[in-house]
Design a binder for this molecule. Structure first.
Ligand code: ADP
Ligand code: MG
Length: 309
């Protein structure tokens, strides 16, 4: 199989809060470290990556260099649609358009429009500059959560049904070709090892199959706890805990804490097994302890992924 990082587009999604942005940053760092000119695209009106690198937030839609070979940009679907309509409307100013209600009307009447316009922007990033020299080897998408991400991926079909002719129809086809092409695009799910997050990864897999005839390359299971104790250890801890219950409050609490940690990691393990049973490639990323996940921690995650991707 073609190495994951040798595609043009890596699309990363999963349930809200599972670590999509963190993993997208780690994958971006890894790709850049291995000599690929990489851009990470944050979809939405935030730019968390610049913050992670201690760089002041740029105006929306402006590409910012994070370090050598690595840059980021945020694409806000609402703004992308507004700009697109403005370009169509010629002299109509963005301010008038935004306030006139036309925009909201159009956005509501044309399902998939803002998702498609965002996907067109992403497709353009994979193709690079005007002079045909691609400015990036790899585009990593920090996509919204599963449902919205599937909406973006479906937008060529949704919106293509409305715009069958003209320039947008051509772009629609190009976006769809890119998303369906295993040589150019790969899909990664991020999940926590919880029942709900794993279920969402399975739903994503099903959506990809139905919409694009594609499947997930791997599921990155984030936030794994270490398995500290064997069954024999746990038995010993239980006995000690019982003995200590009458005499020693501290030892009893320690035994309880050990049981809680053990139980949590056991449940995580069951969710990983659930994915493996369905033959997913599972890449584990440990939970990082500390007040805040900083750049050093994300680099450490990226080095870990290096051995697996
Ligand atoms: N492996 C990890 N260990 C500890 N904290 C993590 C880990 N991965 C992500 N986080 C933290 O969890 C929170 C959610 O992560 P984030 O990447 O923003 O998720 P998402 O983009 O899916 O919403 C953030 O505060 C992030 O710093
Ligand atoms: Mg995020």
């Amino acid at each position: 199989m073609q190495p994951l990082l040798d595609r043009k587009l890596l699309f990363i999604t999963g349930k809200g809060g599972v670590g999509k942005t963190t993993i997208a940053a780690a994958v971006g760092l890894l790709a850049a470290r291995t000599g690929r000119r990489t851009i990470v695209v944050e979809v939405g009106d935030q730019s968390r990556l610049t913050g992670l690198f201690d760089i002041p937030s740029p105006p929306p839609g402006v590409e910012t260099e994070l370090e050598e070979g690595l840059s980021s940009i945020s694409i806000d679907p609402d703004r992308a649609l507004l700009e697109w309509l403005q370009a169509l409307g010629g002299r109509v100013s963005g301010r008038v358009l935004a306030s006139s209600g036309t925009f909201q009307y159009f956005a509501a009447a044309a399902p998939g429009a803002k998702e498609l316009v965002s996907m067109v922007k992403i497709w353009q990033l994979t193709r690079g500059g005007r002079r045909r020299s691609p400015s990036h080897d790899l585009v990593v998408i920090d996509a919204p959560a599963t449902g919205h991400a599937l909406g973006m991926l479906r937008s060529p079909q949704t919106f293509g049904a409305i715009a069958r002719v003209g320039p947008i129809a051509g772009q629609t086809r190009q976006v769809r070709d890119l998303l369906e092409d295993p040589a150019r695009t790969a899909y990664l799910a991020v999940a926590l090892a919880t029942e709900m997050a794993v279920t969402e990864a399975l739903e994503l897999q099903e959506g990809l199959r139905l919409q694009l005839g594609r499947s997930l390359e791997a599921v990155i299971v984030n936030g794994l706890l270490p398995r500290r104790f064997s069954a024999a250890d746990m038995q010993l801890i239980a006995t000690l805990g019982e003995k200590a219950a009458q005499a020693d409050g501290v030892a009893a609490s320690a035994a309880r804490a050990a049981r809680t940690v053990h139980e949590r990691s056991r449940r995580q393990h069951n969710q990983v097994a659930r994915l493996r049973r369905r033959s997913f490639e599972v890449l584990g990323v440990p939970f990082v302890w500390g007040a805040r996940l900083d750049l050093a921690a994300v680099r450490a995650i990226s080095e870990r992924l290096d051995r697996k991707l």
